[in-house]
Write a protein that binds this ligand. Sequence first.
Ligand code: SAM
Length: 292
Amino acid sequence: LKTNLSGGTASALIIDACRRTGINPKELHPVVSDDHYRTLTEAGLNENQIKLSERFPINEVAFVRACLDQLQQRAVIEAVDYPSTNFDTAAAEIETHFKHDRHLTYIFPEEARLLYALAHITTPKRVAFLGSYYGYWAAWALAAMESKSDVALLDVDPSVGSLASENLMNLRRGNGARSITTDAIIFMNQADDESYDWIVLDAEGPKCGLPYDQTDKALYGVMLEAALPKLRPGGLLICHNILLSHHNDDPYFANMIRNNKRQFYKFDQLVRDNFSATVTFPTTEGVGVYRR
Ligand SMILES: C[S@@+](CC[C@H](N)C(=O)[O-])C[C@H]1O[C@@H](n2cnc3c(N)ncnc32)[C@H](O)[C@@H]1O
């Protein structure tokens, strides 16, 4: 029953485990039964992957549409339409040409679609991805952007940076987009003030061994501190892993939410003081969109 899949999307890994064990992924929402839990564990999934599958939207398109409606109501975006045929073409291209090697990404389908839609709707010309990993989330935004847009994929790890470069080339996005191996905090400190339309935050520090505000997602606070003056008024901050609510009181997620809130203490303060709108979405791993 074990999977041979070494890299790819966590979503594909979970769907593959369901297919091999005859489980309909839609049955995993809102709660994975004990039987399914045991079967999926035997199929090679870990606890986090099984628990996250409880959060898969039943209908990805409708879910993203509801997110966009909410952003429009909050005056974060002015329109909600994006071209679904172009999205399908982009998805097929990413599926075919994007290389994961041994890496696994926890960007889930609705999170990819939401970023694509936001890029189409808000047409950012200058974007920085802080903690871009090997470029998977960026690939979805790039698919909806003009090829001459200035897009910096910043990651401190050279091995994921070179894979991101390869992916930009494979997706023929070499023009305005580049992958840079650097500490994103240093890069943003040196950038021009208010020159970015979007800052996308998905960096993650080591789980321990450093001062608390440089570990795990607590890093968002110091990263935002550096990036904030570079985001133009009206620009968007878009963050992954803003998981702050769950559809029931499951202790697994209650613990995760408590830990996230603790890690985001500095980030939250900066957001409260500097952004006119804050909208968070219960995507599989949580996404936050903030208007400067
Ligand atoms: C593992 S990714 C996050 C994964 C992402 N949520 C996904 O599922 O695809 C976080 C990245 O942040 C990067 N990172 C950590 N500290 C950084 C820093 N100071 N500057 C730039 N990148 C950093 C790590 O190297 C790592 O590639």
